[in-house]
Design a protein around this ligand. Sequence first.
Ligand SMILES: C[S@@+](CC[C@H](N)C(=O)[O-])C[C@H]1O[C@@H](n2cnc3c(N)ncnc32)[C@H](O)[C@@H]1O
Length: 307
Amino acid sequence: MGRLRASWVVKDILVRTFAPSHALAWLGRWRGSGPTPTVRGNTQLSLYSRILPGGFLHYGYFDDPSIEPEAVSLQAVQRAQVRYAEKILELIDAPDAPVLDVGCGMGGLLGLLEERGHQAVGLTPDRFQIDHIVGAYPEVPVLHCKFEEMPTEDYRSRFGTVIHSESLQYMRPDSVFRVMQDILAPGGTWVVADYFRFEGAGERSGWPWERFVSLASEHGYRFTHQEDITANVLPTLAFAHLLGNRIGLSAYDFACDKLKTKAPAVHYVMENVAERGREAVLKNLDVIDPERFSSAKRYMLLALKAA
Ligand SMILES: C[S@@+](CC[C@H](N)C(=O)[O-])C[C@H]1O[C@@H](n2cnc3c(N)ncnc32)[C@H](O)[C@@H]1O
């Protein structure tokens, strides 16, 4: 394998941009089917599943919220993810009725449901996740669609439990309540684990808490379990923030410094791009800053029943 020299990089970019054979290839891709919508193939979630291959994509639950970020490990996060799943399973009160895991990610919860004898059904619109689940849990039926597109006529009052494990935030409130009305069995439980934002906190991700509470009441739901687990999810964020700063940002600066010393002219051409890239890295680190998270959001574990 060749070394990654600056002169090789420049030459390769020029050849791939201007050589007629390559121009035809990139024109073909340009005119091709276009980008895949994130909801149908989320590369960021796919990356997380490679970093944490335990079958879960959520923040996890640390029994000891005071653990220092330096003391957290990938293994500890994976254990916390299983613990989070167990907390959800404790809220199932109709063990014999089918359970729908909405936005089932890599299927970790489906595996645990199966192990405990529940009739589990998964749902995800993401093709990377479907490919994985079909191989890992071949016995579990999985619907390949958005929750909002679920063929509700085939599943009317079917589920004794519907679970949204860190997936509610990706969906539109009006559609979620519409589908829930159709598929939850009488007396069934809706389990939600997700973060919600405070109105006016300047954040965009997560549903506004007050709006969720009033929509739930308008649609006739009452809360049977309401637990604020913000402190228990923060160690994962603090760990990710630490890794991002110490490893991610340091590696980025190292690459720029290396280019500057080894190929000053190429560095000059790339300087503005590199600066923009660094700003983007800092912005992403800010999103996972645990202090910022806890000042604007609450992570809730909830169970609701139709009144
Ligand atoms: C953060 S992951 C959580 C995955 C899993 N529930 C877990 O706890 O590990 C969010 C999940 O929601 C799914 N999702 C996003 N938008 C969705 C939609 N409109 N309908 C159904 N699932 C959706 C994603 O594909 C992904 O599986």
